[in-house]
Ligand binder design. Structure first.
Ligand SMILES: [Zn+2]
Length: 499
């Protein structure tokens, strides 16, 4: 099925070819003007349309019914049909990967090219795929032919490894560099195919296929074929996950977040949970690297960089790009790439665990410069700041919570379970129990209101930061103890009662 899709929808006209617009336009113009080169060199990674365009080009040159102002072959005439069926005497395809001997090249190219094309109005076209695989003597034989090209003969050489093609050959060709197909173009093509196939595939699965294919349309079509073939017309995520290595982006995001707040035990727990759930860690690590790379690129290039993920993840990546220093991101990438090179390990999660440990150790030794928590080890507890301002906030925390209730109850609830941690150079850090609480408090309108509440209590303007407290239990216990006893005292004084 997968192969079928790929063959079934192989473009038969220039207008159907996905991507490679500049190359298409140049080739079409050459066909229309009749201004042809003797040899073409198509360079680019696999699955980017080199052979497809070579065949189309060859067919257009041999079509008997081509319209005057169009480069499109008709698709109907005897030549078109013969070429499409692979039976034409004038189109000779050679896979150099399986014809590396000089004799084959001599037979196939040198001798054959001297015979005029069967179709007297057309051209004899040699398409040599993976041309870099030719032996040195085979290249020499080819070069001789290119030096004195027979009339009405055109060579199209395709390669994925241009560095292995001799300069003498390259210089005799018109060269085209094929680009990887952009994700959006792949998704567009897959969408067309599922319409023709009359199957339903959720959009997120299509974008996952595109992402997995890394610019190779053939891989994308083949993956789509596999996904379709295991489902009866309706592809669900569950079914798709049988074919596509499923990505757990939520888990990737959580792990990055744990590293950001320097919570090593959370990070290691998350990794071990993945193993327990039977996740494919090699997929996870590849995703992890990809995610961090997107953070890095966004951080450097800024909003003009198009993040290659859906909206939720894009937001998460932008957020992390703000929170991480560039040098830390680069350090993290370097560490994980080094750990990924560890091939043999009995414990699959060890490379990832070591990445987290080394990254946070490196941060710990170098980070007096940030006010973030650096005490990620369980033993080293960051106590509550004992400054007068923090005490003042502790004593008035019930007021903070009550005022926040006017805003909304869930914010008040979160604050109830949080505590003021430190205040340093007018930056107040609130310690949270969970990472997702941060998002709610960071909401702009909530944040503004909280700034006012805190400014009222402290009698001055301050800035706010919300962090997951790695020593949450200990610190919150400590905070509640102080808070309740003091509040209790105050209530007693005024004849009130604690609830
Ligand atoms: Zn035709």
């Amino acid at each position: 099925m997968s192969e079928v899709i790929y063959r079934k929808y192989r473009p038969k006209f220039f207008k159907e070819v996905v991507g490679q617009r500049p190359i298409k336009i140049t080739l079409e113009n050459e066909i229309l003007s009749g201004n042809l080169a003797h040899a073409y060199l198509f360079v680019g990674t696999r699955g980017t349309g080199k052979t497809t365009l070579a065949r189309l080009f060859a067919r257009s040159l041999n079509c008997l019914n081509r319209q005057e102002k169009s480069a499109e072959p008709c698709g109907q005439c005897a030549n078109c049909q013969m070429i499409l069926a692979g039976r034409s005497m004038d189109i000779i395809e050679i896979d150099a990967a399986s014809n590396t001997g000089v004799d084959n090249v001599r037979d196939n190219i040198i001798a054959n090219s001297q015979i005029p094309p069967f179709n007297s109005q057309g051209y004899k076209v040699f398409i040599i795929d993976e041309v870099h695989m030719l032996s040195k003597s085979a290249f020499n034989a080819l070069l001789k032919t290119l030096e004195e090209p027979p009339k009405k003969v055109i060579f199209i050489l395709a390669t994925t490894e241009i560095n292995k093609v001799p300069e003498t050959i390259i210089s005799r060709c018109q060269r085209f560099d094929f680009r990887k197909i952009p994700n959006k173009d792949i998704i567009k093509r897959l969408t067309e195919i599922i319409e023709w196939e009359k199957v339903q595939v959720p959009e997120n699965i299509l974008s996952e296929i595109a992402r997995r294919s890394e610019g190779c349309l053939r891989d994308a079509e083949s993956l789509l074929g596999q996904v379709i073939s295991i489902s009866g017309g309706k592809v669900t995520e569950e079914l798709a996950s049988l074919v596509l290595p499923s990505s757990n982006w939520q888990a990737v995001d959580s792990l990055v977040e744990a590293l950001r707040v320097k919570n090593l035990s959370t990070a290691l727990n998350q990794i071990n949970n993945l193993v327990d759930e039977g996740s494919d860690l090699s997929v996870f690590m590849a995703d992890f690297v990809n995610y961090i790379r997107q953070i890095m690129l966004y951080k450097i290039i800024g909003p003009s960089f198009v993040i290659d993920f859906d909206d939720n993840l894009t937001q998460a990546i932008k957020k992390h790009a703000q929170d991480f220093l560039l040098e830390d991101i680069s350090k993290l990438l370097n560490i994980i790439l080094e750990k990924l090179s560890i091939k043999e390990t009995i414990i699959v999660q060890l490379p990832l665990e070591l990445t987290c440990v080394e990254f946070l150790l490196a941060q710990d030794s170098s980070s007096e410069k940030t006010s973030d928590f650096k005490n990620f080890q369980k033993e080293s507890k960051k106590p509550l700041d004992g400054s007068p301002e923090i005490k003042k906030l502790q004593n008035n925390w019930h007021q903070v919570v009550t005022n926040a209730k006017t805003l909304n109850h869930s914010v008040a609830m979160i604050l109830q379970t949080s505590h003021p941690l430190t205040i340093e150079r007018n930056l107040l850090i609130i310690g949270l129990e969970y990472g997702f609480h941060k998002e709610q408090l960071d909401n702009l309108s909530v944040r503004d209101k909280l700034l006012t509440i805190f400014a009222d209590i402290l009698g001055k303007k301050i800035d706010l930061s919300f962090e997951v407290d790695p020593n949450y239990r200990h610190n919150h216990q400590d905070f509640k103890g102080k808070n309740e006893s003091e509040v209790g005292d105050i209530l007693k004084t005024f004849g009130g009662e604690m609830l």
